[in-house]
Design a protein around this ligand. Structure first.
Ligand code: ADP
Length: 431
């Protein structure tokens, strides 16, 4: 099962990258196609405009009588081509004049038919021999509102084709490169998206494994005690002790399960409606009272130091109570008889610090970075002795974090430990 997980994550990552590439790629291809067709249309429009301007210039030349000296045909007002200095000159393949009766009058370029058969306006003509195209324009020419003939000119579409070919080449090379880049980005983004899910999954898996491991040991102990109690013949006092053991183990299993449920339920954000504005010092007095008694029972000296000023904090009192109880219980639990435990409140820049200090057995330096991890216990000898599951500090940390605070531990082996809960304090926290 475990080995399937990395495979599952990389498959999901691949799928994410694939879908990203597919969607972005489709958008890119559609966009490139639209761009190409718009450009083709624009190129043809500009070409047609130029061709049209050329016909206008040629027709105007005729109207002004520019070429009339070269007239070889007796019909009056029939235009004749000058044949030189034409605009658009080098691209014009042929030009033809027709009489108003559509009879050929004069031409240059390819020999045309005697009669004008073509429709008026623009036409694209395919040249079969060299796979090239011509753009032809046929227009009527008027002088003093009277039709004096028809002008037909054609120019090679090669410049337009060349521009469009360059654009096609750019897209043919550019689109696959862009698609590869999109694919890479998708893979990278997929990895980033999977990261928190993967972490959460691994955390959950570790937590489930730890929890089942923790439950397996007491379950086994219950079974052993039950089997022993069922043996015959048995001393009633031994049977009594086995049943008491079962009861004790079941109680501690109950505590473990409620801790686990607590961790699972209170993960994430704090509900705003659970927050209350609390006078920190008077709220802590109740805690002091409770722990003064239990410290006395263990022959510990319990003291407290609170600031004079009013400290109002918006907290979830039940959760914060639990967080502080865990710290104070640990301090009492891990401090030997005759030691001291102190609860303090003070300000540190924008934080209100609630500190629990003890003169207990302390925590080895190597264990200190791990003590907030779930099920982490400094050593099995301690935990067997104290009966903790290694969840208390994880719970406290979770509670402090949902209050947007910090929890810090300092300790020296054999000298004692200091735990600090830092909560954000702004003037608005006060009424
Ligand atoms: P537990 O329920 O086992 O005490 P915690 O999460 O509260 O679990 O603490 C984790 C470990 O950190 C404990 O096993 C204990 O060894 C160590 N620890 C916590 N608080 C103190 C302290 N005040 N002094 C010494 N060791 C401590």
């Amino acid at each position: 099962m475990r080995s399937l997980i990395p495979h599952m994550f990389s498959r999901s990552r691949r799928n994410l990258a694939r879908w990203f590439t597919l969607s972005m790629g489709s958008i890119l291809v559609i966009f490139a196609t639209i761009l190409y067709f718009l450009e083709a249309k624009e190129q043809l429009r500009a070409f047609d405009q130029e061709l049209y301007n050329t016909t206008q210039l040629m027709a105007a030349g005729v109207e002004d009588g520019l070429y009339q000296e070269q007239q070889r045909i007796s019909l009056e007002d029939v235009p004749i081509l000058g044949g030189e200095a034409l605009p658009f000159d080098n691209k014009i393949i042929y030009a033809r004049w027709y009489t108003p009766k559509k009879q050929l009058l004069q031409f240059f370029g390819v020999t045309p038919s005697e009669q004008l058969n073509n429709k008026l306006g623009f036409q694209t003509i395919e040249l079969s021999d060299r796979n090239k195209q011509l753009r032809q324009l046929t227009v009527p020419v008027f002088q003093d509102k009277q039709l004096i003939g028809y002008l037909e000119i054609a120019a090679s579409l090669a410049p337009v084709e060349e521009t469009l070919w360059s654009l096609r080449l750019f897209l043919i090379v550019g689109v696959p490169i862009a698609l590869s880049l999109i694919g890479l980005t998708g893979w990278f983004l997929g990895g980033m998206a999977m990261q928190p899910i993967r972490q959460a999954y691994e955390q959950l898996q570790r937590f489930t494994a730890d929890a089942s491991h923790e439950l397996r040991t007491p379950l086994q102990a219950i079974r052993n005690n039950a089997q022993f109690a069922l043996l015959e013949p048995i001393d009633p006092s031994q049977q009594q002790s086995s049943l008491e053991n079962i009861d004790q183990i079941a109680e501690s299993m109950g505590m473990l399960i409620s801790d686990l449920l607590f961790l699972a339920r209170n993960e994430g954000q704090l509900k705003l409606e659970t927050l209350k504005l609390v006078n920190l010092v008077s709220w802590l007095e109740a805690l002091v009272e409770e722990y003064t008694h239990s410290a006395k029972a263990k022959n510990l000296e319990f003291t407290s130091q609170f600031p004079e000023q009013l400290v109002m904090l918006r907290i979830n009192p039940d959760l914060m109570w639990q967080a502080l109880t865990n710290l104070l219980s640990n301090a009492c639990r891990y401090t030997l008889s005759g030691g001291r435990v102190c609860l303090r409140v003070f300000f540190e820049s924008r934080w209100v610090v609630i500190e629990v200090q003890d003169t207990g057995i302390g925590i080895p330096e190597a264990d200190l970075p791990h003590i907030f991890e779930r099920f982490y216990r400094v050593d099995s000898v301690r935990s067997r002795h104290t009966g903790g599951f290694g969840l208390g500090l994880a719970i406290s940390q979770q509670i402090v974090q949902v209050h947007e605070g910090q929890i810090i531990a300092n300790s020296r082996l054999g000298e004692g430990s200091t735990f600090q809960i830092k909560l954000p304090f702004t003037p608005t926290s006060s009424p």
